[in-house]
Design a protein around this ligand. Structure first.
Ligand code: PLP
Length: 385
């Protein structure tokens, strides 16, 4: 009877307007109707990516688009750099290794960001790197890498392409792909884009298209040249996720209704600060510092003496509040509070209030209301701006 309060870093809640859009009658992808939907929708999504390039839509999870970014741009034996600050950076390493690339791994500790100084030093001895891969928002730790600065370093210190996994933040974080000099930017539908899983979105720079044209890729289903050819006709090479594209069109409406994408980004900033201040007020630790904190997900450390797995299980069972646990070595030590997409300051107040209820059940010593008050203070001050 009670709805699950899904505060995961994806999948995330779906707005009713998007659900209704996805419930429309099916259409064929080889009709004028589809061409209009495709052209209109992909045009509007460009603001979210900060690009004038075509937005390509793959009927897949984010991983397939990451794989497409790899297999279309580089060939076995090529040297690449992969920046990894957590589980999803490591994931990008695995994709590159699977394709037989020579991977130079720039790894930072989980909870830290990769700075431009880190990348400058790392690139110095490397002269023939074809591509640098990075995760914009590391979902396992809640780090938002300073991606515009890293893009500038790649431009100034190498001839490599800069390929970015934006799966867990595009739609909730600033992105100026063209201005920053990102060559391929990838995201998935099920996170800040407010859709169910199953649609990947990506855009490719002029520079990267030249590399892709010259590269003898072995990809068939993930062949980006084929996607580009069909996009010029307002279509996709094979059957697309039509219902999800209908939903994406409604997502664009919602962003416009909010007052434009800059307002959506502001909302995510406010929610980030509400979560961070409330956790500090409850004496919970934060895995990342404020400087590189993600606007879409916060990794929170259990305070001394609190049995975290039991507490999370209790929140889910008694209050229907569903957080994600830690990944890898952080399993059992942290939990991840997703605040992206169809999530509002009122949802943060609800979640923090239920967290406090759970803490009282556990006999945890704290000042009741401290977390909610701190979150509310951030919220109210954002309204006064
Ligand atoms: N990259 C990041 C940063 C992610 O958070 C995820 C999923 O959580 C992925 C890639 C993989 O995306 P998908 O599960 O849609 O294939």
């Amino acid at each position: 009877m009670y709805p699950n309060i899904l505060r995961h870093p994806g999948p995330t809640p779906i707005p009713k307007k998007v659900e209704l859009a996805m419930a429309q009658n099916m259409i064929s992808h080889r009709t004028e109707e589809f061409v209009k939907l495709y052209r209109d929708t992909t045009e509007r999504v460009k603001t979210v990516f900060g690009t004038k390039q075509d937005i390509l839509l793959l009927p897949s999870g984010g991983t397939a688009a990451l794989e497409a970014a790899v297999v279309n741009t580089v060939s076995p034996g090529d040297e690449v750099v992969v920046i990894t600050v957590g589980a999803f950076g490591d994931y990008f390493v695995s994709i590159c290794e699977k394709y037989g690339l020579t991977v130079h791994k720039l790894a930072k500790s989980w909870g830290e960001a990769c700075t431009k100084e880190d990348l400058i030093d790392f690139l110095k001895p490397l002269s023939s790197v074809k591509a640098v891969f990075a995760t914009y928002n590391e979902t396992s730790t809640g780090i938002l890498n300073p991606i515009s600065e890293l893009a500038e370093v790649v431009r100034n210190h190498s001839d490599a392409l800069f390929i970015v996994d934006g799966v867990s933040c595009i739609g909730g974080a600033p992105a100026e792909m063209d201005e920053w000099g990102i060559d391929i930017l990838v995201t998935g539908s099920q996170k800040a884009m407010m859709l169910p899983p199953g649609l990947a979105l990506l855009a490719v720079s002029e520079r990267a298209w030249k590399v892709i044209e010259a590269n003898s890729t072995t990809a068939y289903y993930l062949n980006l040249l084929s996607y580009r050819d069909w996009a010029s006709k307002g279509m996709t090479p094979n059957t697309p996720a039509i219902s999800l594209i209908m939903g994406l069109s409604a997502v664009c409406d919602l962003i416009e209704e909010e007052g434009g994408f800059s307002k959506t980004i502001e909302r995510h900033e406010v929610m980030k600060n509400m979560v961070r201040e409330s956790m500090k007020a409850l004496s919970f630790g934060l895995l990342t510092n404020d400087q590189y904190a993600s606007p879409t997900i916060t990794a929170i450390c259990a305070p001394e003496g609190l049995d975290l797995p039991a507490y999370l299980g209790h929140l889910k069972k008694k209050y229907h509040l569903d957080f994600a646990g830690g990944l890898g070595h952080l399993q059992g030590k942290i939990f991840r509070f997703g605040h992206m997409g169809y999530c509002f300051p009122s949802d943060i107040l609800q979640a923090v209030s239920l967290m406090e209820a759970g803490l009282q059940d556990f006999g945890y010593q704290f000042e009741p209301g401290a977390g909610v008050n701190a979150a509310q203070k951030v919220f109210l001050s954002s309204l006064r701006k």
